[in-house]
Ligand binder design. Sequence first.
Ligand code: NAD
Length: 386
Amino acid sequence: MTKLNWGIIGGGEGSQIGPAHRISASLDGHFHLAAGALDIDMEKGRAFARKLGIADDRAYGDWRAMLDGESGRDDRIDLVTVATPNATHYGITKAFLENGFHVLCEKPMTMTVEEAEEIVAVAETSGRICAVNYGYSGYSMVRHMRAMIARRDLGEVRLIKAEFAHGFHADAADADNPRVRWRYDPKQIGPSAQFSDCGIHALHMASFVAGQEAKTLSADFVSCIPSRVLEDDAMVNFRMDGGAVLRLWTSSVAVGRMHGLTLQVFGEKGGLRWEQEHPNQLYWTQVGGRTEIIERGAPDLSPEADRASRVTIGHAEGMPLAFANIYADLAEVIAAEKEGREPDPAATLFPTAKDGLRSMAAIRAAVESAQKDGAWTDARPVSMRG
Ligand code: NAD
């Protein structure tokens, strides 16, 4: 496959998500880290870029300089990752798309539904990929869940239960710590905290595996720590457009829960259960039958699951490898375009700007619903209400 040039904005030294992107993008050898504007502090960013092996003239002080510099090069980057704080995603993603670059943007894609609509439009006009890093959809067994549901092993899907509940903001004495406080500050995070940070991952996962999108929702938000203006716990019920009911719980005060992302799907013929902290096993129970464990790497899995699996059965594959599957998909699609061939169809599952837009519409609807004591509210972007 053609070797591709990759750049990243944000993800500087000490950042939370930067290391996962660097490991994931480099894992399969498709991408070469060629350029970066890594830090809000220009000098720190340049120094870290050099440490990572980026050439001096491509170790940029800020993203505008990177856009200018890369636009003028014959060997310009083929993909840019936007891993900066939320409020900057829209401006950076839009500018790079408009200048002909493929983008992988961190979630949430934007701060508002209107910005998200614009990103979808710009991606369409430019013909460039705008992917959004709902990276947990890259797990092999999540893709197998999706394949099983699509081939109707479960029959009609009745219920989905999705949870993304951790306990790392439960300490009231720590609530004023600046590292925690900004996450509940509407000026920095928007009108929702926990649902917009973690809930949208769970919603994307549910939609991804079931092949159904949120239609209406009813939300209950609560701030367990009273000094917080925004919610640290949310329970949201959805009616999906394919007829399923989704019950979603997200929390940052669930003491004892770690990453806390789990997914269960119940259909007329059977049920599936997957837990992100044990991602290599998928539990499958047919009506009236015993529970079977489907292992990642086992024979006769779906092509989507096989494509997303690297080492042999029994060896754990975790989060950076799930993100690496998003990068591997993007590499395949971008390289196929450069080589003038069709991409592997199993490589086209990465989340896109349309998923980013759906999330922003769901956040707005959940905030409105919670303010009206859980009133049922249309969860779809206006442009997708048909
Ligand atoms: P962080 O605060 O740990 O790191 C942010 C990095 O971006 C820092 O290195 C900072 O210096 C740099 N930065 C800030 N503004 C910049 C700018 N204008 N130009 C260049 N660099 C800039 O944040 P984080 O936790 O790594 O989160 C970053 C993004 O990733 C957020 O949008 C967050 O929602 C998302 N995230 C996604 C996942 C996931 O599972 N997909 C997980 C964690 C975080």
